[in-house]
Design a protein around this ligand. Structure first.
Ligand code: ATP
Length: 306
């Protein structure tokens, strides 16, 4: 776990405040409710992990917070506040402005999320262009700064490359660069590392940790991976069948879960048996092209088993 926003964070306005959110899917034939009065907050600089088995409502909750529910999805009750602004019923035009500027999205599939016909630099510049957020003369420099910020070596060369010339981890770094381009207060990361191998996965999570520490960006992490949540999130919120089962500090909930459902999830989580975060790093092999970096994070699992 890292970040340490904790109690201090509770006193400031959350970057995301979801209250009593119920979502359903359907049409004329009727609506099936899939989440039930879910409430959560993400403070500046904090990472909250939404965990739960497949179908528990993690993605639906994150999509509702972004106002990006798929067709047929509808908010049945509840509210969403972004940095104190009630955006529950905000019009589409307001949401277009909020996404990118105030909320960044880190997608699950880096390979499928970049335009294969666009150079990396142009993809990142797109965020500035859409929001008219940087004059043309400074755009190239801003793109290079971002590529450097997310740990890519030789930013000038990377900016000219196409997605197929980059590894999966590097593509995810590019997408993170695009997501943070306009300095949003909140990043929503839905299984951001599930398509990556373990070593690269860990370095991407460390990058997210660094960004939130340096910029105070809050992160809502959607993951089915309890080990990942335990190693990186400040707090976890456990969903089952669209209902909150428990919520609390990640180290506390995962070391001593109060809910029977969380105990079962932990018992069924094979990765918890192996401290994957302690796997020896071989960045030059697994994540070539990424600048060397980072120190060893503290380990809640080792601490609790000592
Ligand atoms: N587009 C959709 N249309 C109808 N039902 C949907 C749709 N998307 C999700 N659901 C339903 O909503 C419920 C919650 O799904 P959701 O994808 O939010 O769960 P999840 O916890 O993110 O699962 P996973 O980890 O598999 O992504 C499930 O019952 C699912 O079948």
């Amino acid at each position: 776990m890292s970040g340490g926003a904790g109690a201090e964070a509770a006193r400031v306005t959350p970057v995301l405040d979801v209250r009593g959110l119920s979502v359903g899917y359907g049409g004329r034939g009727g609506v099936t409710q899939v989440t039930h009065e879910v409430s959560l907050t993400v403070a500046p600089g904090e990472m909250l992990a939404l965990v739960g088995e497949s179908g528990s409502g993690k993605t639906t909750t994150a999509q509702a917070a972004l106002n990006l529910l798929p067709q047929g999805g509808q908010v049945l009750a509840g509210s969403v506040h972004l940095e104190g602004e009630d955006v529950t019923d905000a019009p589409a035009s307001r949401w277009r402005s909020l996404r990118g500027r105030r909320i960044g999205l880190v997608p699950q599939d880096p390979a499928g999320s970049l335009d294969p016909t666009k150079r990396i630099g142009d993809s990142i510049a797109e965020a500035f262009r859409i929001h008219r957020a940087a004059p043309r003369r400074v755009l190239a420099g801003r793109v290079l700064e971002l590529l450097e910020r997310v740990g890519l070596d030789d930013p000038a060369r990377r900016a000219k490359q196409y997605p197929h010339e980059l590894s999966g981890g590097m593509k995810q770094r590019v997408l993170i660069a695009g997501a943070i381009a306009l300095g949003p207060g909140l990043l929503i990361a839905d299984e951001p590392t599930s398509a990556l191998d373990v070593t690269v996965q860990r370095r991407i999570m460390e990058l997210l940790d660094d960004l939130r520490r340096e910029s105070g960006t809050g992160v809502l992490l959607v993951t089915h991976d309890l080990a990942l949540a335990g190693d990186h999130a400040d707090r976890v919120l456990v969903l089952q069948g669209g209902r909150v089962q428990e919520e609390g500090r990640a180290d506390v909930v995962l070391a001593a879960p109060a809910a029977e459902y969380t105990r079962r999830l932990l018992a069924d989580a094979p990765t918890l048996a192996t401290p994957v975060h302690r796997v020896a790093r071989a960045p030059e092999v697994a994540d070539a092209g990424v600048a060397p970096e980072l120190t060893e994070p503290p380990c809640w699992r080792c601490a609790t088993s000592r």
